[in-house]
Design a protein around this ligand. Structure first.
Ligand SMILES: Nc1ncnc2c1ncn2[C@@H]1O[C@H](COP(=O)(O)OP(=O)(O)O)[C@@H](O)[C@H]1O
Ligand SMILES: [Mg+2]
Length: 420
């Protein structure tokens, strides 16, 4: 009896004794919000990428010893953390005493001037213009010859003549090889190495990628300390013949994707813990389900639940409260920007895909959904969507979005026939 009464009394008495909520100090401070949704934004906890980071460290260490090792072209969907990883590689390389030069390729990128800018930056980082040793001065001379073929001039501030006949033939592969070899020798002479970092590699056309690969192949044959790490969407241009076999010898193509469960949990919880805030297990679980472990979505959820949570912990109710805000932000900053440059026909193609359900999608089925006779009739639209980096082909005849959860975004934004 007494026990029973005690049981009944306890909750009420606890309620009575709880201080009014208004006297709680708010423990979740929006100023200290640690989450970082945004392209290339360094996350508060970089989780789930240890393998790639370790492989890159090994690559650098071996390069120093003049031992051959494959470099990396990281591929993956939008928002999985390719740029963040490339930036991490850059920091690791600098820390290991390498000189780096990084650039992002876009649709409009003019390749030769881009390479010239990277080469210039790398060479001047290897040695200031005034203190260049013989090999570096030679590289400056090759650089000058190389820039004779670029539309815009680029000064390097080294008093040497252009080395005519080196890097100025007009054949991209040959010229790039001359330039990279000269840079590699200069770096070795100055007891350092060069790491080029290229983001959005899928925007290179086939000839450009083949030229890069040919040049890197030459460099690796000479065991020079120069390498290139890249990142891009799943579909890099299909290489063939010699270029393909070189590429496979020169590069590994690790795919990064959504984070595995523990890594996703850590990405969300560790930054909060560092600020003294805990997630209820159910709250984390719900966010992992909604985000499917995609890094961009995790950061977006983290940011919003933090801001709406009254505290002291982050609860399932907070996740519900944040949901619409997350959706709104993602639509604006992550999804809608992708279709800004899409034409009506391209939008119709995307809508047809999305309204087929979950991918991947057969070209024939998409054409049928559009009421067109066959895949050939919409092939040009498909080709332009691939070129713009909105879709890719995971294997022959199949299509998939390059943005995770893009099908749901399109379905909630467009009716099947609307964008025609
Ligand atoms: N390993 C990771 N753990 C947690 N968050 C990450 C991780 N990698 C990236 N992010 C976050 O994901 C978002 C997208 O990263 P980004 O490098 O721009 O992706 P991508 O280049 O693949 O489109 C950023 O907000 C970043 O902070
Ligand atoms: Mg990126």
């Amino acid at each position: 009896m007494a026990l029973n009464r005690a049981r009944q009394v306890t909750p009420r008495s606890r309620q009575r004794w709880r201080p009014p909520t208004t006297t709680y100090t708010r423990r979740i401070d929006p100023i200290r919000n640690p989450y970082t949704p945004g392209a290339g934004s360094r996350p508060p906890a970089l989780t789930g990428r240890d393998e790639e980071i370790e492989a890159f460290r090994i690559l650098l260490a071996r390069l120093k010893l003049g031992r051959p090792e494959k470099s990396m072209l990281i591929t993956g969907l939008r928002g999985v953390g390719k740029t963040v990883l490339l930036n991490t590689f850059e920091a690791i390389a600098e820390e290991a005493g390498f000189r780096t030069a990084k650039s992002e390729i876009t649709h409009e990128t003019d390749f030769r001037p881009l390479i010239a800018r990277l080469a210039r930056r790398a060479l001047l980082a290897v040695s200031p213009a005034k203190r260049m040793k013989e090999r570096a001065r030679r590289a400056a001379a090759v650089f000058k010859a190389f820039t004779l073929r670029t539309p815009e001039g680029l000064e390097i501030g080294v008093d040497v003549e252009a080395m005519l006949g080196r890097g100025d033939s007009g054949d991209l592969g040959d010229d790039l090889s001359d330039l990279f070899l000269a840079l590699g020798e200069a770096a070795a002479d100055h007891k350092t190495g060069i790491v080029f970092l290229l983001d959005e590699v899928q925007f290179l056309d086939r000839a450009e990628l083949e030229a890069l690969i040919a040049a890197l192949h030459q460099v690796s044959q000479q065991e020079l300390p120069l390498t290139l790490a890249g990142a891009g969407l799943p579909q890099l241009p299909a290489l063939t013949g010699a270029a393909k076999s070189y590429a496979e010898r020169l590069f590994r193509f690790p795919t990064i994707d959504r984070l595995a469960e523990q890594a996703a949990r850590d990405a969300l919880e560790l930054p909060a813990q560092a600020e003294g805030v805990d997630f209820e297990r159910a709250a984390t679980g719900r966010i992992l389900t909604l985000t499917e472990g995609y890094p961009y979505f995790l950061q977006e959820y983290g940011k919003h639940v933090w801001n709406v949570a009254p505290g002291p912990t982050i609860t399932l109710a907070d996740v519900k409260r944040a949901h619409d805000l997350v959706q709104l932000d993602l639509d604006e900053s992550f999804f809608r920007v992708r279709i800004g440059r899409a034409t009506k026909a391209e939008l119709a193609y995307l809508a047809a895909m999305a309204h087929l359900g979950a991918g991947p999608y057969r070209s024939g089925e998409i054409a049928a959904k559009l009421g067109r006779p066959g895949p050939e009739s919409v092939a040009p639209t498909r080709a332009r969507l691939i070129e713009k980096g909105l879709i890719y082909s995971p294997s022959y005849g199949l299509n998939e979005f390059t943005v995770p959860q893009f099908d749901t975004f399109i379905r909630r934004s467009f009716a099947p026939e609307e964008p025609r």
